[in-house]
Design a protein around this ligand. Structure first.
Ligand code: PLP
Length: 434
């Protein structure tokens, strides 16, 4: 499969080039250039199929000519020492838990794959440097996925504020491959620096710079795999239609679901579950998208005004307007409904939900009632409930144990350098590490 820019159907590139370049030069984002039906390969898989098996079967088909079956197995084995889990709650609802990775969020799935596949793609020709703007947890997730992958230096750019969840033993001056740098500025400054660095060709060329932010297609494609995994587990229990409910902020998780459909997954609909920041629902409904000011909620990862995957969704809309209009259901969930369902899910099913997963659950309940009482709804549980232990306690009265890896996320550390938000300061700070 090749990849093209959202701005142009011309000159598609290979997966390797899309991952290493990260951004096309025309200012767009990379998206799959073709439809690929992999149905015949996953329809015979079943609940015995492990996640690494699924990934190592499908990845080489998807990336034919770039990732052979042997390399794909190596990638899957080295990336996934954790698996998603599909919990059947009743005839109408399942929970797809995606929080079993090193930092307890679904983002681990895309990030560990990107890290493992980069190492594999670079085996023959050298080094790469991965830049990532981060506020907190994603930095820890990237550091966990990239540690001990020696060909890939990883630079994390943090805005002012504490840095959490990193292990100083993994930093470059201590023999590791991670470089945390603090920027005197905001998260937006960090993001701008990442984009400037990867589009400033001489520096990017010299160090082989790419980004591990969600703009990299190498993080999105592997997220389609857990939808397929959910499908092969749930299919034997299906009597009616199948829907996925996805808590959506930057819509990376969501667009990965649409790609799973593109890869042949039989599915009837996707719920774009939002909190009060729901302006993007207008766009899905075919209206003009006018961003609203941000509203702060109990599900902060969904407090997004302009999704970073906006262009990918717009591009998908152009290709398949009927899918977007007839298969995508926007929903908006209040904080009160979020807390309410956290309590209800515990009382009714004995499961703990973090507030983001709760937004998806509440949206699924609402749409199930309105739309298809016989359908089956797979709710994506994107965050470990222990990450929001206080809210879980408040809503369910239960104290949950925080696993060791999540406890470590609170550990603070110092950056390697503190710099002004300028490209030359960044280049100097990076160069001084070698
Ligand atoms: C990032 C995040 C989301 C939102 O995912 P997007 O791909 O940005 O839509 C949902 N839940 C949790 C726990 C997250 O960390």
């Amino acid at each position: 499969m090749q990849f093209r820019s959202t701005c142009s159907h011309k000159s598609p590139v290979s997966f390797k080039e899309a991952v290493l370049r990260c951004l096309p030069l025309d200012g767009g984002l990379y998206v799959p250039a073709s439809v690929m039906d992999m149905r015949q390969f996953f329809l015979h898989m079943d609940s015995e199929t492990s996640y690494p098996e699924l990934v190592s079967t499908l990845a080489p088909l998807l990336l034919q000519g770039e990732l052979n079956p042997f390399s794909a197995s190596r990638v899957a084995e080295s990336a996934f020492d954790f698996e998603p889990e599909l919990k059947l709650l009743d005839e109408r609802f399942s929970l797809l838990t995606l929080y079993n990775g090193p930092t307890g969020v679904f983002k681990d799935f895309g990030i560990v794959f990107l890290a493992a596949v980069l190492e594999e793609l670079l085996k023959s020709n050298g080094r790469s440097m991965v830049l990532c703007a981060t506020r907190s947890d994603t930095g820890a997730s990237i550091a966990a996925a990239f540690r001990n992958r020696p060909g890939v230096t990883t630079v994390l750019l943090y805005p002012s504020g504490p840095i959490r969840g990193l292990d100083p033993a993994t930093f470059v001056p201590n023999g590791g491959n991670i470089i945390p740098i603090q920027i005197r500025g905001t998260f937006d400054d960090c993001q701008r620096l990442v984009i400037e660095t990867i589009t400033d060709r001489p520096f990017a060329e010299r160090y082989g710079v790419t980004s591990a932010n969600a703009i990299n297609i190498g993080r999105l494609i592997p997220q389609a795999f857990y939808y397929l995994y959910a499908f092969i587990r749930v299919k034997k229990n299906l009597i009616g239609d199948l829907y996925f409910s996805v808590p959506s902020g930057n819509f990376g998780n969501f667009i990965a679901g649409l790609y799973a459909w593109k890869f042949g997954m039989p599915v009837n609909g996707f719920i774009a579950a939002m909190n009060a920041n729901n302006a993007f629902g207008d766009f899905i409904a075919g209206k003009v998208f006018v961003p609203h000011p941000v509203i702060f909620t109990k599900s902060p990862a969904l407090d997004v005004t302009v999704p970073s995957n906006y262009e990918r969704l717009a591009s998908f809309y152009k290709e398949a307007p009927a899918v977007m209009r007839n298969m995508v259901y926007p929903a908006s969930v209040t904080d009160a409904a979020t807390l309410n369902i956290m309590e209800k899910a515990y009382k009714k099913y004995g499961v703990f939900l973090d507030p983001h997963s709760a937004v998806a659950f509440a949206a699924a309940e609402e749409i199930a009632l309105r739309l298809d009482p016989l359908g089956h709804f797979v709710v994506l549980a994107t965050g470990h409930p222990a990450r929001e232990a206080a809210l879980v306690k408040e809503t369910t009265g239960q104290t949950i144990k925080v696993p060791y890896n999540l406890e470590q996320l609170h550990r603070q550390c110092d950056p390697i350098a503190l710099i002004d938000p300028h490209l030359d300061a960044l280049e100097g700070a990076i160069a001084s590490c070698f």
